[in-house]
Design a protein around this ligand. Structure first.
Ligand SMILES: [Zn+2]
Length: 236
C-alpha cells in the first residue's frame, strides 16, 4: 500500500514514467545515483533529472561523497516517506476542494449547451449569445447537471477514501519515527550512564592514586615527581 502511494507521489512530481524509482530508493539507507540509473536503465543525467524534480519538493534527501581519485562528487539518495505522504495529503485536499467547488457551481448555477456541438456555456454567456450556438446557430438548451453532479460526488467520495488511507499511513509513519526517537534517547542515556560510571571509576582511581602519590611526595624528594609525569605521558 505504502509503495503504491509513494509511486503516486512520484508520478505527480516527476511523471508516470518515473514512478519505478520507488522500487529502488530505500527509506533508511542512501542509494548511489549510478546504481539508481543502472537499475532504471537510464543514463546518469536522466536519473538525476528525475531525482532533482523530486528533490525540488523536498521528497528525497541526499548525501555526497567525494571520489578521492577522480575528485568529483557522487550523490546518494533516500526517499523521505513522511514528507511524500504529506505532499500526497495536500494534493488530495486540493482535489477535494476543487471537486466541492465544481459541485456547488453545478448545483447553484445554470448552464446551457448546444444539442449539436455539445459546447457548454454559462448562463451569462448564453444570454450574451441570445441562447444560440456560435458555431452552428442551434438554439441552446438548459443543461441537466444531475449526472455530472452525481459523478462529481462519486469522485469526491473516492478522493476522501484515498485521503483516509494516506492519513492512516502518515500516522503509522509518525509512530515509527517516535519509536525510533525513543530508542535513540534510551541508547544515549545508556551511553551517558556508562560514561559517568567510567568517570566515577577513574575519579576514584585518581583519588586513590593521588593519595598514594601524596604519601610518596611527603616521603620523597621532588625529583621523583618528574619521573611520575614521564610515566603518565607514556601511558597515554
Ligand atoms: Zn452548435
Amino acid at each position: 500500500m505504502l509503495k503504491n502511494l509513494l509511486k503516486e507521489v512520484i508520478s505527480l512530481v516527476a511523471g508516470k514514467q518515473a514512478e519505478d524509482i520507488i522500487n529502488i530508493l530505500d527509506t533508511q539507507k542512501y542509494i548511489n545515483e549510478f546504481v539508481i540509473a543502472k537499475k532504471l536503465n537510464l543514463t546518469i543525467n536522466q536519473a538525476r533529472n528525475i531525482l532533482y524534480k523530486i528533490s525540488d519538493h523536498g521528497l528525497v534527501s541526499s548525501i555526497r561523497k567525494k571520489d578521492k581519485r577522480k575528485g568529483w562528487y557522487t550523490y546518494f539518495w533516500k526517499i523521505e516517506i513522511l514528507k511524500s505522504l504529506e505532499f500526497l495529503r495536500e494534493n488530495l485536499l486540493k482535489k477535494i476542494e476543487n471537486t466541492e467547488h465544481q459541485m456547488k457551481s453545478r448545483e447553484t448555477k445554470r448552464f446551457y449547451v448546444c444539442p449539436r456541438c455539445h459546447i457548454e456555456l454559462s448562463e451569462e454567456n448564453a444570454l450574451i449569445n441570445n441562447f444560440t450556438c456560435n458555431e452552428c446557430g442551434s438554439i441552446l438548451v438548459l443543461k441537466d447537471n444531475t449526472k455530472l453532479i452525481k459523478d462529481l460526488r462519486k469522485n469526491k467520495e473516492r478522493l476522501e477514501k484515498d485521503l483516509g488511507i494516506v492519513k492512516e499511513e502518515i500516522l503509522k509513519e509518525k509512530e515509527k519515527e517516535e519509536k525510533k526517537r525513543i530508542k535513540e534517547i534510551k541508547k544515549e542515556k545508556r551511553k551517558t550512564k556508562r560514561k559517568s560510571q567510567i568517570s566515577k571509576l577513574s575519579k576514584w582511581k585518581i583519588k586513590k592514586g593521588q593519595s598514594s602519590n601524596l604519601k610518596k611526595l611527603k616521603n620523597t624528594k621532588p625529583k621523583k615527581t618528574k619521573g611520575r609525569k614521564k610515566t603518565s605521558k607514556k601511558r597515554r
